[in-house]
Design a protein around this ligand. Structure first.
Ligand code: PAF
Length: 285
């Protein structure tokens, strides 16, 4: 494997893009892990792309004032090593000033009503920040395909909506969630968890698995099975603090009725200590 080319300025990356052929982009905030590797591997499998590119940018716009922007893990050398192993051709890792040369942007993308649900309700402005930076990355890197993880199911649905509503060119490819052997969905934020916290955090995937197993009983049974596990977690040491549990339409992220039949996403967010975790599973009811 050869080292990926590293670009930190828009001018350099635009120049390199002009003769790169068809590009699949994996947008990331760095701290690359197995989940990101799966996105890169999926991109590489596509026979209709000439190279896989990765962006590494911790986007301040998608962090609230009390969130973990400052402590978010950053290690570009380690990220470059992962990209090299995964056969990535180019990494775009701009500074904040390079991405937002005029400071906090005045003109941004508004995520709309769906952006105010679930993650958006708990993290006001989060999806505006995500969609703004994704739009900028698409403008700068002009990918033919952009690859996102299904772990961030609402983000993936919002990006699909962004591309459809604003007629943006890239094809959006979703990749299933990667899990550690104990079931925990892989996330850059897992590094914050102590051993005891990690044990509590397993309630999320266990709750989703229990819910999946109950799907023959319909939406009510799915919600109940997940709640049983997650509610039990509130007595763990340290305890689980549930933020939301919602059974939603995969395209709109609005709650489905009890008698609903069709595809749905069961999405959960919870705090363990100072770490906020999300996970989800797709169920057909
Ligand atoms: O999922 C992420 O890592 C980020 O939200 C993204 C899509 C790279 C935008 O900053």
């Amino acid at each position: 494997m050869s080292q990926p080319r590293l670009f930190t300025t828009r001018a350099e990356v635009t120049h390199a893009r002009s003769d790169a052929g068809r590009v699949a982009l994996v947008p990331t905030m760095g701290a690359l892990h197995e989940g990101h590797r799966a996105l890169m591997a999926r991109a590489r499998q596509r026979e209709d792309v000439d190279s896989v590119w990765v962006s590494v940018f911790v986007n301040p716009l998608q962090f609230g004032p009390t969130e973990d922007f400052d402590r978010y893990p950053r290690d570009l050398d380690a990220d470059l090593a992962v990209c090299e192993e995964e056969g990535v051709s180019a990494v775009f890792a701009p500074s904040t000033t390079e991405m937002y040369p005029l400071g906090r942007p005045m003109v941004t993308v508004r995520a709309g009503a769906m952006g105010d649900l679930l993650e958006g309700e708990s993290r006001p402005g989060f999806f505006d920040g995500v969609l703004t930076v994704v739009t900028k990355l698409f403008a700068i890197l002009t990918p033919d395909i952009a690859v996102f993880g299904e772990k961030d199911a609402q983000q993936l649905a919002m990006v699909r909506r962004l591309v459809a509503d604003l007629s943006l060119p890239p094809e959006i490819l979703g990749v299933p969630t990667r899990r550690d052997s104990d079931g925990l969905a892989i996330s850059s934020r897992n590094v914050y968890l102590s051993t005891a916290e990690r044990h509590t955090a397993l309630r999320l995937s266990q709750g989703l698995r229990a819910a999946e197993a109950a799907r023959a009983g319909g939406a009510g049974a799915v919600r109940k099975a997940a709640h049983q596990e997650l509610d039990a977690g509130t007595s763990d040491h340290p305890p689980l603090r549930l933020d939301y549990l919602a059974l939603v339409d995969p395209d709109t992220f609005s709650e489905v009725e009890d008698g609903y039949s069709g595809p749905a996403v069961l999405a959960v967010a919870a705090w363990v200590g100072t770490t906020r975790l999300i996970d989800n599973v797709r169920v057909t009811l």
